[in-house]
Design a binder for this molecule. Structure first.
Ligand SMILES: C[S@@+](CC[C@H](N)C(=O)[O-])C[C@H]1O[C@@H](n2cnc3c(N)ncnc32)[C@H](O)[C@@H]1O
Length: 263
């Protein structure tokens, strides 16, 4: 990754990715700079011959399985900022509290929590590649387990958590899988605990460009605010949803949902 940043500095993009102008440059490079990157054309990685939404999506899927690229893309498009705002605005971590991070990926939630805070953390994910990176953050209080979050209850040995996070996980799960996860989360929260979900959310007021961008997401189950609410309401009595506007640098929108008081 250091080499990538060195090259960006050579190109005068030292503020990348925080500088939005440089993001436009990269988009331009992707679509019009083919002579520059010729044989590295990303759609060839997926075996495609031409450029269309389908092979672009499968290229993204292939590339984003690499943890460093996933993290880089999240920084560039504003996904990291969305997570950061979620934690800053909706999480008040108290000393000694416990956190369950479902679909933890490379464990980047830990970067957003105060380094000095005293908490216990368990991250669960299916992906071995992501967990290998996450494991570097493990210590006496921080642990990672490989498993399917649609059926995570047996992995907890009866432990309960003050905070459960689903950051970008639920749109990878069908309604039945979400239902099973939400029911297990409801059983695994402490009395005053909260489940925090950060998920892409469709709305009629979004432009066609926003819908097109969101349809490139790896998750197959994009939902509207009403559809999310219907799922959440079935397991929790107290559900509050917020649109997280302005976090993303691309046309893409997420909501944060704070779920409390299991039914
Ligand atoms: C968009 S990434 C989000 C990662 C992380 N929460 C973050 O905020 O950076 C979605 C994650 O969910 C994981 N995932 C998808 N389906 C899963 C399942 N059924 N059980 C566990 N993890 C799953 C993927 O491996 C991936 O790490």
């Amino acid at each position: 990754m250091d080499e990538v940043f060195d090259s960006l500095e050579l190109l005068g993009l030292e503020n990348f990715p925080s500088d939005d102008g440089s993001l436009l440059f990269v988009i331009w490079l992707f679509f019009f700079g083919k002579p520059l990157w010729g044989k590295y054309a990303p759609f060839r990685l997926a075996g495609g011959k031409g450029f269309n939404a389908h092979n672009f999506r499968s290229v993204l899927e292939t590339l984003l399985q690499h943890p460093a690229l996933y993290q880089f893309v999240q920084d560039v498009i504003g996904g990291t900022r969305a997570r950061q705002w979620t934690v800053e605005r909706y999480v008040r971590l108290q000393p000694g509290e416990s956190i369950l991070d479902l679909g933890c990926g490379p464990g980047d939630l830990l970067k957003l929590l105060p380094a000095t805070a005293d908490f216990k953390y368990l991250g669960i994910d299916l992906s071995e590649k992501y967990l290998n990176v996450a494991a570097k953050r493990a210590n006496d209080s921080i642990d990672f387990v490989q498993g399917d979050c649609a059926h995570f209850l047996p992995l907890l040995d009866g432990r309960r958590f003050d905070w459960i996070f689903c950051m970008g996980l639920l749109h990878h799960l069908s309604d039945a899988q979400c239902q099973s996860l939400l029911s297990a989360a409801a059983q695994s929260l402490t009395e005053k605990g909260s489940l925090i979900c950060l998920e892409p959310t469709l709305s009629d007021s979004q432009s066609r460009l926003t819908h097109a961008t969101m349809s490139l997401d790896r998750g197959e189950y994009l939902r509207t605010e009403d559809e999310w609410r219907q799922l959440f309401d079935s397991e929790f009595r107290d559900v509050t949803m917020y649109w997280l506007d302005g976090a993303f640098r691309i046309p893409y929108q997420k909501t944060v949902s704070v779920l409390q008081k299991p039914r």
